[in-house]
Design a protein around this ligand. Structure first.
Ligand SMILES: NC(=O)CC[C@H](N)C(=O)O
Length: 309
């Protein structure tokens, strides 16, 4: 199995860190603007439960769009494929994650996939629960099980910061409500969505979640099948086709592993039947992906021939 020595990982982090200055931190969510652009951490969690990490691994970060894969898994478990894909499609868009343009161009106006904001909002709207508190708590406990860590929690400050500024996401919600893609109170949905995006953890927790996906939903530590195999397969396919926003094609060609990024600078990745990868590097490239994180994955993939293709 490749990449077994922490010293190799430390070297790759040093190399990748050189590009942090070429990117920019996302500050459209004001709380994210406080991150240190020079941070970079990576953790690898093998399915035999050995792990290693390098860089600023003590730093926590919020999942942001990475959470979209996990909320999708939960609603698929809750409702099944037919129900979910009646409201959200399976095609990549080629547009930025927060684009609204295709919603009006398409008929019926259902979001193209669950990894763009419009699709993720529709998915979050399907999380079962009597009220927003119960919905957040169900998702959080699912994610705690995946990370096998009770310390994973919502960063209330980031959630509030996004809730107070998420005008574009609110507009999409009203549009989707008009077209019967979502139902219920938009403010309640925004409350759940912003808390979902603000679930916070370390790179090692994220790598462990990657390892669960690498094992088709089976947790390597607890032996519990947390996600049914067919749903895990579906989530991984979305990661490949839509996980890196409108850079997913280039990422598949250059790196070739299922991965999902978030504007906090987090990236989850996985090598099937091998290991999960958790990365945090808040300086972003112009597509909104961690600039040093992508560099690091490129170096890792080349060095150990990780592409699944
Ligand atoms: N790309 C992202 O990580 C976006 C997530 C963010 N919470 C948003 O909706 O804008």
């Amino acid at each position: 199995m490749p990449c077994r020595h922490e010293s190799e990982l430390i070297q790759l982090v040093e190399e990748a860190k050189k590009v942090t200055g070429e990117g920019k931190i996302a500050d459209y969510i004001p709380a994210l603007g406080k991150a240190d652009p020079d941070d970079l951490s990576v953790a690898i969690y093998h399915i035999d439960n050995t792990c290693m990490a390098a860089g600023d691994i003590e730093k926590k970060f919020t999942l942001q769009s990475i959470s979209k894969v996990l909320s999708l898994a939960l609603v698929l478990i809750d409702h099944g494929e037919e129900y979910v894909f009646d409201k959200v499609g399976m095609e990549p868009t080629g547009d930025p994650f927060n684009s609204i343009v295709k919603l009006e161009l398409l008929n019926p106006s259902k979001p193209l996939n669950p990894m763009i904001n419009a699709g993720a909002l529709a998915v979050t709207n399907m999380i079962k629960g009597q009220n927003s508190e119960e919905k957040v708590s169900r998702l959080l406990s699912f994610i705690r099980d995946l990370a096998n860590s009770p310390n994973v929690a919502v960063c209330e400050e980031t959630a509030r910061s996004e809730f107070e500024t998420a005008w574009l996401n609110r507009s999409m919600c009203y549009f989707l409500k008009q077209h019967s893609i979502i139902e219920g109170d938009v403010e309640e949905l925004m409350d759940v969505y912003t808390k979902q995006c603000s679930i916070e953890m370390h790179s090692l927790d994220l790598a462990k979640i990657g390892a669960v996906l690498a094992m088709d939903g089976l947790h390597p530590e607890t032996g519990r099948q947390l996600i049914p195999k067919d749903i895990a397969r579906l989530c991984k396919t979305f990661m490949v086709t839509c996980g890196m926003y409108n850079a997913s094609g280039e990422f598949a060609i250059k790196i070739g592993i299922p991965a999902k990024s978030g504007v906090s600078g987090g990236i989850i990745g996985l090598v099937p039947n091998g290991f999960g990868i958790g990365i945090f590097g808040p300086s972003l490239n112009n597509k909104g992906n961690s600039i040093a994180g992508i560099k690091l994955l490129e170096l890792l993939s080349k060095k150990y021939s990780l592409s699944i293709f």
